[in-house]
Design a protein around this ligand. Sequence first.
Ligand code: QUE
Length: 362
Amino acid sequence: MDNPLILEKHGALAEITLNRPQVLNALNDQMREKIMATLPELSSDPENYALILRSNNPRAFCAGGDVRELTDMARQDPDRAARSVGYEYLMNWTLECFSKPTVSLIDGMVMGSGVGIALYGTHRVAGAGFKFAMPETAIGLFPDVGVCAKLAKMPGQMGYYLGLTGRAIGRATAYRLGLVTHCIDAEQFSQITSGLEDADTVDPLLDDLHRGPARDDEELAGKIALIEDVFGHATVTEMFDALERQGASGNAQADWCAEVLRDLRTRSPLSLLVTLRHLNACRDRQLRDVLIHDYRLAVRFLQDDDLQEGVRAVLIDKDGAPKWRHSSLSDVQPFEVDDYFKSLGADELELPERSKMQEIKV
Ligand code: QUE
């Protein structure tokens, strides 16, 4: 079990298995490096047809990045922590530009950095236990790994709801939102791998096994108009106010609104404000540009207090009571948010254009 990432080739299929079950496959540098080493070799391998990404743990595809390792690094060697994050975003971009069918088999949790692996494959298959979340505002960070490119463009402000609250959704909702392409129970995953080993064509193989989810499996089905209304407000303060009004209204969704507001109040105020501004900016940005801007924000979060405190409160001491640098939204000065978005000058993340990523190597 010492190898955190296993690469196997069977016939026409290459399989990458995330293998750190004790930490729900929290992604570390070693795993990122192995993924990065594998992709260029596969892209020019004539024996290889497709790549599968999967987990050895039915509870989680990947619960996120190894943020404990990252925050330790940020204290001891901030430049190294920044390089680690930049390398992760390069890996996200490399997965996006990879030119072969790439099938993520996702059962259990997929959060944060895990989304940054699973989402950029051509085909995203969700098992019955699938749970998606971008929960970073809970640890004083923001939804990164390029996911704001998707969240900002979802219909009805749904991505704003997901990115700001960090709340989870199941596979029916994720399928509706286009985060996953197929719903296939984990018991059938071995049929997918054996088909791809024989170079069976990926689309008919997955389409045959797919079962469209029932409408009543969508946990947000009755809340679409409400989410559009609340998360369509221009500021986080107005979103809080709208939830407060709805929560006190006695209508059918009042309890749910009160819960969402309670969740948002536990999130880092600075994270919420930075996340909203980033989402707005990403509405008309492509992934490469989003990742470059993610890097600016990540470098600032790594140097600031809330991420350290969030990881302490949520993941180390597990007291669930982070003491954020700002006690409320109104404590955050506009210039503090502005500073997060400034160019890093010579230290900006450099990502090659897509055409460069796909150049033929000789
Ligand atoms: C927000 C996050 C993460 C999180 C919880 C949050 C995150 C992460 C984990 C995590 C990983 C491995 C574990 C575990 C939790 O939790 O990024 O228990 O074993 O990696 O609220 O961003």
